[in-house]
Design a protein around this ligand. Structure first.
Ligand code: C2E
Ligand code: CA
Ligand code: CA
Length: 266
């Protein structure tokens, strides 16, 4: 236990330095518009190129960053970097491209006035709010108070869209969907994984899509790995899909290659 605590403390220290040392990277995973089979968006996913431990995935450090509050600075860096990148891709490739950015509850709590900074940042990158989707989880809405409501309203005023991540794993309360301004539901990969083999999961996905559409929301399926899953999702009218079938998360240069290839196909 003592060893674990020590390792954790070391990681926390390293995490503080990592911003200054420019060790964080953003990988981009395409989100495909199913009816047209084209890239519509990308999700920004952070990685940490640690000098001693190599590439570290977010599950290994984001929770600690949240507990220690370092997440604010990291989150701001992610936002700045990803929006700049998206602005570049919108001008260079296609103008409706959107960047989807994860935001943990801890970030939102400390975020009242940082939101203003975000909006200013957007203006600086010449990326309109329409170019950004913020991914939040249900946990955020549960703790929710008027604060969250006003933050979500501020997003809407700035043109920023909101996606509810990991849908189906939590309470999946239907009342959230109508009470808050949500634009997308992301069906959790655990349901997609089994949809071809489990009738229950298949029915559940179909019901989520139908319900979302009824409420005026679009649906993104996460963790799509097979052609069979893709075909089923098209069949039930799912709007977007993301997963290893299309591409794993890529460093910016490689993602740009993908965009280039795609625009060459037109
Ligand atoms: P998430 O938001 O649910 O992101 C989706 C995760 O699924 C990513 O893991 C992605 O690489 C992985 N994935 C995508 N397609 C497939 C697939 O077809 N099959 C499988 N098995 N997995 C797939 P990753 O990049 O390790 O990120 C893990 C989590 O870390 C994210 O889950 C998100 O909650 C968090 N995270 C990542 N970047 C950020 C960030 O910038 N800020 C915050 N606050 N959290 C972040
Ligand atoms: Ca996400
Ligand atoms: Ca997710």
């Amino acid at each position: 236990m003592q060893e674990a605590a020590l390792a954790r403390r070391q990681l926390t220290n390293d995490m503080r330095g990592a911003l200054v040392e420019q060790q964080y990277r953003i990988y981009y995973q395409p989100i495909i518009h199913l009816p047209s089979n084209r890239i519509a968006k990308a999700e920004a996913l952070i990685r940490w190129q640690h000098p001693a431990h190599g590439l570290i995935y977010p599950d290994a450090f984001i929770p600690i960053a949240e507990e220690t509050g370092i997440i604010s600075d990291i989150g701001e860096w992610v936002y700045r970097t990803a929006t700049q990148q998206a602005a570049h891709w919108r001008t260079g490739y296609f103008k409706d491209f959107q960047i989807s950015i994860n935001k943990s509850p801890a970030q939102l709590q400390q975020n009242g006035n940082r939101l203003v900074a975000w909006c200013k940042q957007l203006q600086k990158t010449e990326l309109p709010g329409e170019g950004v989707v913020v991914e939040i989880t249900e946990g955020m809405l549960m703790e929710a108070s008027d604060d969250i409501k006003s933050i979500l309203l501020a997003y809407r005023d700035a043109g920023i869209q909101v996606a509810l991540d990991d849908f189906g794993t939590g309470y999946s309360s239907l009342s959230y969907l109508s009470r808050f301004d949500i634009d997308y539901i992301k069906i959790d990969q655990s349901f997609i994984r089994n949809m071809a083999t489990s009738k229950d999961d298949m029915d559940l996905c179909e019901a989520i899509v139908a319900m979302a559409h009824k409420l005026g929301l679009k649906v993104v399926a996460e963790g799509v790995e097979t052609e069979e899953q893709k075909a089923l999702l098209i069949k039930i009218g799912c709007d977007f899909a993301q997963g290893f079938l299309f591409s794993k998360p890529l460093p910016p240069e490689e993602f740009e290659e993908l965009l280039k290839k795609m625009s060459g196909e037109t």
